[in-house]
Design a protein around this ligand. Structure first.
Ligand SMILES: [Zn+2]
Length: 252
């Protein structure tokens, strides 16, 4: 029997049972054409109707702590696919109604013969290090200025990932880096990003926050670390990995 992840935009319906958190439900009543298969036998739908009298919604980010990394991956994939199908109802070139492809996951314009695949926006996120310290920045945005994180930004058209890393760091904090090293990646369904994580070594320049996106930035060591992003984020994983590698490194 098929099971359903039920989303309400960026939130997911869950039921807290004595056995743990439930986030997969039977097929909801009524017909809803907008469903996407996220894994074999698991579908996603948007709904504002609770699937049970005790169900409540939580932000997708919270399911990482409540249900683990796999639950977050599944819910994130559901969000990305539903957001894509919601925002690809009409052809971006001619405005005609799009049709869902049967053989692959794509929307198709019969007039232009264009196909629209699920859109993923790449973001580079870089931990800049200098000796045993790393650079953390606090943003100006009031929704994000209560913690410190590493520098991130969207990859622009025509850019390589390495160029995006160099440009973002120069724009946001005014320094240059060397020895850019890919570390890991993670989907980030807010709403459709792929976070690509790097380590880079400080090269030259004085830290100069741009004042637009970044309010302040400083070097921090493990001993004086401020409040950093939640465990669900790739930033948190990169910071942890940096300190783990530092501990294992031979003393010079
Ligand atoms: Zn068209």
């Amino acid at each position: 029997m098929n099971r359903y992840l039920l989303l309400d935009e960026e939130n997911i319906w869950v039921d807290e049972l004595p056995t743990g958190i439930q986030f997969l439900f039977p097929e909801p009543a009524g017909t809803n054409r907008c469903s996407e298969e996220v894994a074999p036998g698991i579908f996603a739908q948007n709904t504002s109707a609770p699937p049970s009298p005790t169900a409540r919604t939580i932000n997708i980010r919270q399911i990482f702590d409540l249900g683990g990394a796999e639950a977050f991956a599944l819910a994130g994939r559901a969000r990305q696919l539903l957001f894509w199908s919601q925002t690809h109802q009409y052809c971006g070139k001619c405005g005609a109604l799009l049709k869902k492809e049967r053989v692959e996951r794509a929307m198709h314009c019969e007039l232009c013969a264009l196909r629209f695949y699920p859109r993923i926006n790449p973001v580079v996120i870089t931990l800049i290090h200098k000796g045993g310290s790393l650079l953390l920045a606090r943003r100006t945005d009031p929704g994000f200025n209560h913690f410190w994180s590493i520098v991130a930004g969207f990859v622009e058209a025509g850019e390589s990932l390495e160029q995006a890393v160099q440009r973002e760091i120069m724009e946001e904090v005014g320094i240059t880096v060397k020895n850019i090293r890919y570390v890991t990646s993670q989907q980030w369904p807010f709403p459709n990003n792929l976070m690509i994580g790097f380590f880079a070594e400080y090269n030259s320049g004085e830290i100069q926050p741009d004042g637009q996106e970044i309010a302040e930035a400083h070097w921090f060591s493990r001993e004086n670390l401020p409040r950093t992003p939640a465990r669900v984020s790739i930033a948190s994983q990169l910071i942890e990995k940096f300190f783990n590698e530092l501990e294992r490194a031979p003393q010079e």
